[in-house]
Design a protein around this ligand. Structure first.
Ligand code: ACO
Length: 333
């Protein structure tokens, strides 16, 4: 038996910030941001923590499934922007939604966090260790981006996706295959300099703006184009699939040019690629579940469809998951 998605929802903060908002503050233009990244606007919450963004998504998923928080036995939150370093945001969310029968943990896989968590969650379901797992991919990037650094601040947004994972009735649907990779040599190109045990916060680290995302864009771009395209092609090939068999590529939304390169390598036409980077920017662990939730909400996926989920991010971490969809959209009353 495989793990299947039995509910999916998402939430983004109300505040919308378009490219001209940045152009008024820093040396950038709407044209540069749109042509170099594909982003037009993103959502930020300047108050509250990560779990404040997650709660509405989690509650919507529970309601969609027709269960209560007490039915959940495990919570995994993929994020690099937890409410606090400890306790885990999973514990904080458990209290906020009243999931008193759940254990859980946070998982730091950056932009690949949701895929890492999906595979981990699927294995807990397949082994029988969990029966109803609440799986979250979410980040509040506004809490770690330097709004004075034009090379990074325009790229990100805040958002959360929530999925309920359960045992499926057969082996024909759900998480079918995965390829997950990691290369710690990527640390030098993409990291947060201070705040962890290697460099705890001091007045100096704050003054030097070391608590924000540090990214060498071009190095990451080159690695991402190759890494994401490689695994996306490989998962298709080893499952004896051609582009015709893939209904949707659901890629991490970091840069439209990285997405295009991946789709091209897979031989997929643009109509089969889920894109919402224009409206949300890069919500890190949030991108893939938010994309899937929008596909579901717009009746764009049906039982039996094959989705290739692909990501690349800090670590480096990257990977692909082959998912066979089985969640039918309920008819509107
Ligand atoms: N507005 C105007 N100009 C800018 C801006 C901006 N917002 N940002 C950078 N520039 C300038 C640079 O200063 C540079 O100017 P110069 O030529 O005078 O030196 C020029 O634009 C080109 O800069 P590049 O960094 O070479 O631009 P590039 O085309 O590589 O685009 C980008 C930058 C968008 C960051 C791209 O490199 C990228 O997408 N990288 C990968 C991002 C990614 O996938 N990250 C992983 C996930 S994130 C995570 O895991 C947390």
């Amino acid at each position: 038996m495989k793990a299947v998605i039995t509910a999916i929802a998402h939430h983004v903060p109300e505040g919308v910030y378009d490219n001209s908002w940045f152009a008024q503050k820093i040396d950038t233009t709407d044209e540069w941001i749109r042509t170099r990244t594909g982003i037009t606007e993103r959502h930020f919450a300047f108050e509250g923590g990560l779990t404040d963004i997650i709660v509405p998504a989690a509650e919507a998923a529970l309601q969609q499934r027709g269960i209560t928080a007490e039915d959940i036995d495990c919570i995994i939150i993929a994020t690099v922007t937890p409410d606090r370093i400890f306790p885990s945001s999973a514990a904080i969310l458990q209290r906020k939604i009243g999931a008193k029968n759940a254990w859980g943990f946070d998982l730091a896989g950056a932009c690949s966090g949701f895929l890492y968590a999906l595979v981990t969650g699927a294995k807990l379901i397949e082994s029988g260790a969990a029966k109803k797992l609440l799986l979250i991919g979410a980040d509040k990037m506004s809490s770690i981006i330097d709004f004075e650094d034009r090379a990074t601040c325009v790229l990100f947004g805040d958002g959360a996706g929530a999925v309920i994972l359960e045992p499926g009735e057969s082996d024909d649907y759900g998480v079918m295959d995965h390829i997950l990779r990691m290369d710690g040599n990527g640390e030098v190109h993409l990291h947060q300099k201070a705040g962890g045990s290697m460099r705890p916060p001091t007045i100096e680290t704050v003054t030097n703006r070391e608590h924000y995302v540090y990214q060498e864009g071009q190095a990451v771009f080159k690695a991402a184009v190759k890494g994401m395209a490689d695994v996306s092609y490989e998962i298709m090939e080893r499952n004896h699939m051609t582009a015709d068999d893939v209904t949707w590529l659901v890629p991490h939304q970091a840069n439209l040019r990285i997405i295009d390169a991946t789709a091209e390598r897979m031989g997929l036409s643009k109509e089969k690629v889920m894109i919402n980077i224009d409206r949300y920017g890069n919500t890190t662990a949030g991108t893939i579940p938010i994309c899937m939730s929008e596909l579901y909400q717009t009746h764009s996926v049906k039982t039996g469809d094959y989705l290739v989920l692909s990501s690349f991010g800090a670590g480096y971490t990257w990977g692909s998951v082959l998912l066979r969809w089985s969640l039918e959209q309920k008819e509107q009353a």
